[in-house]
Design a protein around this ligand. Structure first.
Ligand code: DAH
Length: 346
């Protein structure tokens, strides 16, 4: 170190460096990063001058340092300005932070979920409450409690998945219908009952109108002096609210072990309104089963059938949804294919 430079001498070098830097900024096509290295990197003139401050006589050193820093700051600013100009010139690199963003795609509830919510809301308006009961249950609840003892031939209708487990309460099944909720709801011990039990059901079946897992909604009303008139009133309320004012129901005599009398409920076709057309053939579409709850079922639920009675019904959610006019859904499997192009439409 030979502390021999004076401030004016050092500033002379600084001015020279500044002119070189400006010339470089004005003429070079190099990228911003390359320029930054050339101007301020380890081997740059400015970095050499920074080390050279040691050679300035101590009394002049501060002034020399101030001038060097000022010049470096000026050049750095020019470099930054020119870099933003360059970026604006090339569209690829230009990023306008004030431009509105690209909204991420937003999904929506699955059609079946939408249907479940709509059905729930309609029944809530006439005092029904949505309840949940197990979807894996002892066969007592979907069968025996509903007047279908083990090996009863009526059980065949419910092509049941047995999961191969049993204990002293019986075999364990995937519930083939939501009717397992009937006695379970009665066991809560609260009367009157106005429940709507919506759940997944499982059956060994698969074709255009059947899938192994589907949904049912099971309604049950238990009180004193319930009549078939109450049943038709509730069904008509549902059908007019869910399908529209032109739709109506009819009851066909049927047989279920757990209702007496039993019915199948049809609604008039949404296209021909009951006259008969290509879709419905006879003017009516089958919605599902219903009936007045059998006294044996009430007893199994701890309710005295001499005092209380009621009605129940169990209908498929997917089926009910597909019967809405305008749905144009003719293959139930579409609902579970998870093809977003299909689901997006709803
Ligand atoms: N659980 C029956 C089925 O899956 C439908 C049904 C019929 C439910 C009559 C009921 C009823 O509550 O009363 O086919």
């Amino acid at each position: 170190m030979d502390e021999s430079l004076t401030a004016p001498q050092f500033i002379g070098y600084v001015i020279e460096a500044e002119q070189q830097a400006k010339a470089l900024l004005g003429s070079s096509n190099a990228s911003i990063d390359e320029l930054r290295i050339k101007l301020f990197g380890n081997k740059s003139e400015f970095s050499r001058l920074t080390k050279k401050i040691r050679d300035v006589i101590p009394s002049d050193r501060q002034q020399a340092g101030i001038v060097l820093n000022e010049v470096k700051r000026k050049i750095e600013k020019q470099l930054n300005d020119s870099s933003s100009v360059k970026r604006q010139a090339s569209n690829k690199e230009f990023f306008d932070v004030t431009a509105p963003g690209i909204p991420p795609p937003v999904g929506h509830l699955h059609i079946v979920t939408q249907a479940i919510m709509e059905i729930t809301r309609i029944f809530e308006r006439i005092g029904f409450t949505r309840v949940r009961h197990p979807e894996v249950d002892w066969d007592w609840y979907p069968f025996e409690s509903l007047n279908m003892p083990p090996n009863h031939p009526a059980r065949d209708e419910w092509e049941t998945f047995f999961i191969g487990l049993s204990d002293k309460q019986g075999q364990i099944v995937l519930t083939p219908h939501t009717s397992n909720g009937q006695v379970r709801e009665m066991e809560k011990g609260k009367l009157p009952i106005r429940m709507i039990n919506i759940a997944k059901c499982y059956r060994r079946q698969s074709d255009v109108s059947h899938v192994p897992m589907f949904h049912q909604f099971e309604g049950m009303y238990i009180d004193k002096g319930v009549t078939i008139g109450d049943l038709t009133g509730v069904f008509n309320f549902f059908v007019k609210n869910y399908y529209g004012p032109d739709r109506k129901i009819r009851l066909r005599p049927f047989h279920f072990q757990f209702t007496e009398p039993s019915f199948e409920v049809d609604i008039n076709c949404g296209i021909c309104l009951g006259k008969g057309c290509k879709l419905c053939k006879e003017g009516w579409l089958e919605l599902g089963g219903a009936g007045m709850v059998h006294p044996v079922v009430l007893k199994n639920g701890g309710i005295d059938p001499d005092v209380y009675n009621g009605f129940a019904f169990g209908w498929g959610v997917e089926r009910a949804y597909m019967m809405k006019s305008g749905t144009k859904l003719d293959d139930i499997r579409m609902l579970y294919g998870n093809d977003v192009r299909f689901l997006k439409q709803f």
